[in-house]
Design a protein around this ligand. Structure first.
Ligand SMILES: Cc1cc2nc3c(=O)[nH]c(=O)nc-3n(C[C@H](O)[C@H](O)[C@H](O)COP(=O)(O)OP(=O)(O)OC[C@H]3O[C@@H](n4cnc5c(N)ncnc54)[C@H](O)[C@@H]3O)c2cc1C
Length: 378
């Protein structure tokens, strides 16, 4: 295990930080109507694409850094700058991109991949069913072969990037197996719901989708996959994104509380002078750094031992997403009245973090799986 980053990696992280921070300072990327969100996402993608950030984990060559550990650290930097942009970018370029990579390359997928890497195409992943976590199989979205075409029918309750996406990777069943169906935004039979208002991630466009006998060419199927391995990988990639999101939230919450504690005065002295405030910061820093190490270890393991890394990633996800909530809560306590106002990093993290505990493998299901692994059942 070696979590030291090379000079090349550190230089890359710094460039990502500098360039995206400069963009973020000029735009409020944590809220807005659809037109604003579309503009912010396009702007952020145009900053990240030339740096090669969007290619990491997808391409073997011409990438600025390689491996899941460097990817985790790179994602952590972006998540620390904007929670909303991070989620939109990762669900598009990384999760959608990795799904495309999982199938046999076709002209369609190659073209979409190029668009994703250039930041010109936005993707969305529609895995979960309406009011049903995918763990409670079977997936209700089904596809049947009718002559030379595929007939896709079903619905998905929440889709990040849905209102903006050019392409949807819809996960469903075909021939008794799991497959992914590539659906273009204009495909007849595809209907998007109105944008869904959410308690956090207000700079992300989310909607539901319905597929009413949507007809596709068979070349638009990724898979089908005989075993559950593909779904397990997909969930692990999503969990890695949500872990990095939690690290970004911890950074924002901790730093805002620390800076405030040093400068805000109460009772004639800076509040850092009160031992209880210092203790809170100490606990927050300890949790943040432990989470970071856990996240790095799980990411490092992903390239070394895929089976073991699945459970370790679940442990890291539960730990990091719960730690992020604890840290945001303590930060708000230190920030007090100032923190309770809308718009600060801790207040925002407090609202966004719930999503990272629900999405991917939920905290409850993760605990069941971790328990099974502990008993040697996985
Ligand atoms: C804002 C938002 C954006 C989303 N974006 C996307 C997206 O882009 N793509 C996508 O595919 N999905 C997306 N989702 C769906 C998300 O990933 C979850 O899979 C989905 O929310 C779970 O379904 P549910 O909310 O109906 O919860 P349920 O599955 O009904 O779960 C309710 C509760 O029961 C628990 N539970 C359920 N099953 C079990 C079990 N087997 N064992 C133990 N506990 C269990 C859960 O942990 C939870 O606490 C999004 C969800 C939200 C809220």
């Amino acid at each position: 295990m070696n979590f030291d980053f090379s000079d090349i990696e550190k230089a890359f992280f710094s460039r990502v930080d500098e360039e995206l921070t400069a963009y973020a300072k000029a735009h409020d990327m944590e809220s807005g109507d659809l037109a604003m969100i579309r503009g912010h996402l396009a702007g952020a993608l145009s900053v990240l694409a030339p740096l090669g950030y969007l290619k990491i984990g997808l391409y073997a060559d011409n990438v600025p850094v390689c491996g899941s550990l460097a990817l985790m650290a790179a994602m952590e930097h972006v998540a620390g700058i904007s929670a909303s942009i991070f989620l939109s970018v990762e669900m598009s370029a990384r999760l959608f991109g990795r799904i495309l990579n999982a199938g046999a390359p076709s002209e369609d997928t190659q073209e979409i991949m190029q668009g994703l890497a250039a930041g010109e195409v936005v993707g969305a992943v529609a895995l979960s069913e309406s009011s049903m976590n995918v763990e409670n199989e079977p997936l209700a979205t089904t596809a049947s072969r009718q002559g030379g075409v595929i007939d896709l029918h079903g619905s998905k309750s929440h889709v990040v990037n849905g209102p903006l996406a050019d392409w949807f990777a819809v996960v469903g069943r075909i021939d008794g197996q799991t497959g992914v169906f590539l659906v273009e935004k204009e495909a007849p039979g595809l209907t998007l719901t109105d944008r869904i208002d959410t308690m956090g991630y207000n700079g992300v466009a989310i909607c539901g989708l319905e597929l009413n006998h949507c007809k596709l060419s068979p070349s638009r199927i990724i898979g089908p996959f005989e075993t559950s391995q593909f779904l397990d990988m997909l969930k692990m990639w999503e969990n890695q994104i949500l872990i990095a999101a939690a690290l970004g939230m911890m950074k924002g919450s901790f730093e805002s509380a620390r800076d405030y504690a040093k400068t805000h005065r109460s009772g004639g002295k800076p509040i850092i002078a009160y031992q209880e405030v210092g203790f809170k910061l100490a606990e927050m820093l300890t949790l943040y750094q432990t989470s970071q190490l856990y996240a790095y270890r799980a990411a490092w393991m992903a390239d070394d031992d895929t089976k073991a890394s699945g459970v370790l990633t679940l442990c890291a996800k539960v730990f990091c997403t719960e730690a992020a909530e604890t840290i945001a809560g303590k930060a708000l306590q230190i920030l007090s009245g100032a923190g309770y106002r809308s718009g600060g990093p801790a207040e925002q993290a407090y609202r966004c973090v719930k999503y990272s505990q629900i999405a991917g493998v939920s905290t409850e299901i993760a605990r069941v799986k971790i328990g099974d692994a502990a008993l040697g059942k996985m």
